[in-house]
Write a protein that binds this ligand. Structure first.
Ligand SMILES: CC(C)(COP(=O)(O)OP(=O)(O)OC[C@H]1O[C@@H](n2cnc3c(N)ncnc32)[C@H](O)[C@@H]1OP(=O)(O)O)[C@@H](O)C(=O)NCCC(=O)NCCS
Length: 322
């Protein structure tokens, strides 16, 4: 039986840091409101010429180094992103070219803030069925490009960045389970209306930016994070007290605290980066994981739960023995 395990992780954050105070000049808000309602203090923003593949590549190189594999050993690339460099080819193909890899499969996954969990689900299936041995899974996002900087309900919430992971074939798990879900009935609760087939001209209008029914998303995120945890624990016959670390999607500290409470986990067993990174969508879980691995909090052998929720709605979880 082949399983997959986390061999290495990496993260990348752009140099430019934007503090809450700067929003006070753009919209009717305050540092206090943003901290209190979201937990966010600051976020990183990509430079004008910095792309999703630039950030994803930087995170990927660190993950490959940490995994102690050669670049040439990578045999699958999945990039989770909703902010690709180009309409096509995929950002995964661009990363592949820049890693000087050829012929291995490379494709993007579009599941908004749940993208990285979807990517892990797919990579795990590839490895378990013999389709890959060393999969590179990247979450990379440049949300600053799709933010409406005049909408206080959304502009304060997001940041740019990338996280990456090398998943490697192993004799035992590693990844114990993945669960992914979607419900397109909530399409308009959180979306960027402009697209390609629906009218490419809209890409230069206000439709090209994030629109969100914040309260509806908040409520659904809290209930879904609870149900996905329950589903995961019961599928694995694992008690919630066995979870060493919760690494949730980083959208809002209040959502994260509610998720931790449902698991009976004290906040010092929850990795929180939303204060420093804001919501980096599909990059948020691998970035948070990488921070806590590199600062020594997360240790080999510990049981980790990843939980994500995002536009679609999409949601999912991964239970993994690190
Ligand atoms: C956006 C969010 C922080 C707003 O917090 P909230 O406590 O739910 O606030 P509400 O949406 O009920 O709005 C309350 C008031 O705050 C205002 N407000 C919203 N953003 C604000 C800001 N940045 N500064 C000041 N006031 C703000 C609203 O306009 C509203 O004012 P009103 O009552 O005069 O209409 C919260 O709804 C949220 O985090 N939603 C989920 C976001 C998310 O997770 N998105 C990604 C999912 S992957």
């Amino acid at each position: 039986m082949t399983f997959s395990r986390i061999a290495g992780t990496g993260g990348y954050l752009p140099e430019r840091v934007m503090h809450n105070k700067e929003f006070e000049k753009l919209v009717d808000t305050s540092d206090e409101w943003i901290r209190e309602r979201t937990g966010i203090k600051r976020r990183h923003l990509a430079a004008d010429n910095e792309t999703t593949s630039d950030m994803g590549l930087a995170a990927a190189r660190k993950a490959i180094d940490a995994a102690d594999v050669a670049v040439s050993d990578i045999d699958l690339i999945i990039v989770a992103t909703t902010t690709p460099d180009k309409v096509f080819p995929s950002t995964a193909c661009i990363v592949q070219r820049r890693l000087k890899l050829h012929t291995i499969p490379a494709f993007d996954i579009h599941a908004a803030c749940s993208g990285f969990i979807y990517g892990l689900d797919v990579a795990n299936r590839f490895i378990r069925t013999g389709g890959a041995t060393n999969a590179l899974v990247i979450g990379s996002e440049t949300y600053s490009r799709i933010i409406d900087w005049s909408d206080r309900g959304t502009c304060v919430l997001f940041g740019d960045g990338a996280g990456a992971m090398v998943l490697t074939a192993a004799g035992e798990p590693g990844i114990m389970s993945t669960h992914i879900h979607a419900d397109g009935a909530f399409e308009e609760a959180l979306h960027v209306p402009a697209g390609i087939s629906s009218g490419y001209d809209a890409i230069r209008t206000e439709s090209a930016f994030i629109q969100m029914k914040g309260h509806e998303v908040f409520k659904k995120a809290v209930s879904t994070m609870g149900s996905i945890a329950k589903e995961t624990l019961s599928a694995n016959n694992v008690d919630k007290h066995d979870i060493a670390w919760l690494i949730p999607h980083q959208a809002n500290l209040r959502i994260i605290k509610a998720a931790a409470k449902k698991l009976d986990l004290p906040m010092d067993r929850v990795v929180v980066t939303v204060d420093e990174h804001a919501n980096t969508s599909s990059a948020s879980i691998p970035l948070a994981l990488d921070v806590a691995i590199r600062d020594g909090r997360i240790k080999r052998g510990e049981l980790l739960l990843f939980e994500a929720f995002g536009a679609g709605f999409t949601w999912g979880s991964v239970l993994v023995r690190y």
